[in-house]
Design a protein around this ligand. Sequence first.
Ligand SMILES: [Fe+2]
Ligand SMILES: [Fe+2]
Length: 170
Amino acid sequence: MRMQELSQGFVMGALSRDHETVDHLLAEVLRATLAAAPERAEVALRELLSQITRHMDFEERILFPVYESATLQEAGQGPTALLRSEHARIRTALGEMTRALGAGSLPALSRAACELEAILPGHNVREERVLHRVVDRVLGPLGALVLAARLMPRAEGNPPWLEGPVRPGP
Ligand SMILES: [Fe+2]
Ligand SMILES: [Fe+2]
């Protein structure tokens, strides 16, 4: 564990690293379209879909509800409502990218990838500046560590202590 991650907090560290990975994969899709390399674009898009889907599922199932609970915010209101609506736009762009690749149209893939590229920076900054800090603070170091550990991809299932509900600390 790097000192920077410790100082940033476990949730911020793990989720911010995911954001960087997704940015790199999206850039690779765009590079592949510019290079007219459909096989390369497909490999990058497949990995992008896997990473970003896992990441958004985690946020919607665990991170957002923890934030809403900690701040007594109703689901459908506040920052998480905007973030959920941005996830819907991200999924739309991903669907367009998948369809474009399936149709063999690299220009259409590039256009849809640019749409995604326009959404992600603001979305990620909003999550990092608002949600991650609050969630790290309310869970405390151990709760945040458990939450961050749930993000780690693994070949086998989680141990039982990672599967239970995560609740804000006192
Ligand atoms: Fe998100
Ligand atoms: Fe995120």
